[in-house]
Design a protein around this ligand. Structure first.
Ligand SMILES: Cc1cc2nc3c(=O)[nH]c(=O)nc-3n(C[C@H](O)[C@H](O)[C@H](O)COP(=O)(O)OP(=O)(O)OC[C@H]3O[C@@H](n4cnc5c(N)ncnc54)[C@H](O)[C@@H]3O)c2cc1C
Length: 186
């Protein structure tokens, strides 16, 4: 079973398998807003990829850096410049309420980024049938975790998916280079 997150390609390589999943660093910032928007805002995503949402009485934010690319999976240093140069200007342009904001906390992690189609790779390898993958969630794995966990459990216990057919996310599309594109990745 390969459930190694951003380290997935290294685990696949142990079996001689090329898995197009790479670590991509993302920094998240928690900020205080001097005059918050009067209404509760939902998750807001700018066309440039800058996003923000309320987090208690504060706000959480991040962006997709440009250029983006493979990162050292052991590098957890937050990229402070992203807030100053990308996020703050974008938020301030979106709303005057976001002009006076102050970073309170920040941290960095890594997306397990599927470079073929930004989507998960699940199920058994077509040629090594006892090697099961749950990889490449590309920044949206938490929300898919319940379905993935159930699907993989069904595959192991019953030899096939029962409640939800996850075969479109299988390894076959990697071999045939047929993307099953996820377009809404932030
Ligand atoms: C900043 C950030 C924000 C995110 N926001 C969201 C969000 O809002 N919504 C959402 O749905 N998803 C979000 N995600 C993505 C989500 O966190 C991941 O998709 C999810 O955690 C992936 O789960 P996983 O179990 O596949 O991998 P991981 O949680 O990375 O777990 C992999 C595990 O494998 C272990 N491991 C690695 N190599 C080995 C080895 N050789 N031997 C043994 N163990 C090993 C690691 O230590 C780790 O515990 C975000 C990710 C980041 C970085």
């Amino acid at each position: 079973m390969n459930a190694a997150g951003p380290n997935a390609a290294n685990i696949a390589a142990m079996a001689g398998i090329d898995l197009p999943v790479e670590p991509r660093k993302r920094t998240n910032f928690l900020f205080d807003c001097a005059t918050p928007p009067p209404l509760d805002i939902p998750l807001m995503i700018n066309p440039d990829g800058v996003w923000t949402r309320p987090e208690g009485k504060h706000f959480l934010t991040g962006c997709s850096p440009e250029p983006d690319g493979p990162a050292d999976p052991n590098d957890f240093d937050p990229n402070h410049a992203e807030f100053e140069e990308i996020i703050w200007p974008a938020l301030a342009a979106r709303s005057k309420n976001f002009e006076a904001i102050k970073v309170l906390r920040f941290w960095a992690g890594h997306y397990a980024y599927n470079t073929l189609d930004q989507n998960a790779v699940t199920g058994a390898h077509p040629e090594i049938s006892n090697f099961i993958f749950a990889n490449g969630f590309s920044g949206h794995g938490l929300q898919q975790a319940p379905a993935m966990g159930r699907g993989i459990a069904e595959l192991i216990c019953h030899g096939k998916y029962q409640s939800l057919d996850l075969t479109p996310l299988g390894f076959e599309r990697i071999l045939s280079q047929t993307p099953f594109k996820e377009k809404c990745v932030i």
